[in-house]
Design a protein around this ligand. Structure first.
Ligand SMILES: Cc1cc2nc3c(=O)[nH]c(=O)nc-3n(C[C@H](O)[C@H](O)[C@H](O)COP(=O)(O)O)c2cc1C
Length: 185
């Protein structure tokens, strides 16, 4: 494999992240990469909310409130997990899919495009020496939470990308044989 392919083949999510995270310049570069996602009819069916520093606590507050709305009996452990989850990384990027009506581009294609953008952002983070992990969880599908984040009715959460510096050793990559997944038909 050449160097570029090796880089792509070795992307590895990092469940444990620490500072530093990408700065504003680096984020701008990464978003540029993300926006090269394949995009039928160039609808740009994505946008990003980057949450850093103290704003992560505000995000945690909304996640906590949304949890209590979904489950008023949530125990203290679950509440603390919701409140503190954005603090697991220096930066959390909320990837949002903005759905448009289009005669040739059904919603699934727009969702796939936003998902590709999320993947592009993870790859770009790694290219800059950072690491990340894509998470969802109940809040990602919770309209109350989306409203609190001021998403429009035609918007959805594609994922929360936690970004920063890998904390500890990289986990081993799975050994997957391409021939098991690809056949010439
Ligand atoms: C749409 C989507 C949602 C995910 N949600 C979570 C999640 O909520 N929590 C989690 O631990 N991993 C989640 N993952 C999986 C991780 O991002 C990651 O892929 C997994 O830990 C395997 O690591 P790898 O990507 O390095 O193989 C999600 C992945 C995708 C594509």
């Amino acid at each position: 494999m050449n160097e570029q392919l090796q880089f792509l083949a070795n992307r590895n999510s990092a469940p444990k992240l620490c500072a530093p995270g990408p700065n504003a310049d680096q984020m701008a570069q990464m978003i540029k990469v993300a926006m090269r996602a394949p995009d039928h009819a160039r609808l740009r069916p994505w946008r990003f909310l980057t949450v850093a520093g103290e704003r992560r606590e505000a995000l945690g507050g909304l996640l906590h409130e949304a949890l209590l709305q979904r489950n008023p009996d949530a125990d203290e452990t679950a509440q603390a997990k919701a409140r503190n989850s954005p603090l697991r990384a220096p930066l959390v990027v909320v990837v949002i899919c903005t759905l448009s009506e289009h005669p040739k581009v059904p919603p699934i294609e727009q969702r796939q495009s936003a998902a590709c953008a999320a993947h592009g952002l993870l790859l770009a983070a790694e290219a800059l020496g950072f690491a990340g992990i894509w998470r969802t969880g109940d809040a990602a599908f919770d309209r109350t939470f989306m409203d609190a984040m001021e998403l429009a009715a035609n918007e959805e959460i594609t994922g929360f990308l936690y970004l920063g510096t890998r904390d500890g050793n990289a986990k081993p990559l799975p050994d997957m044989n391409p021939d098991e997944f690809n056949r010439y038909w």
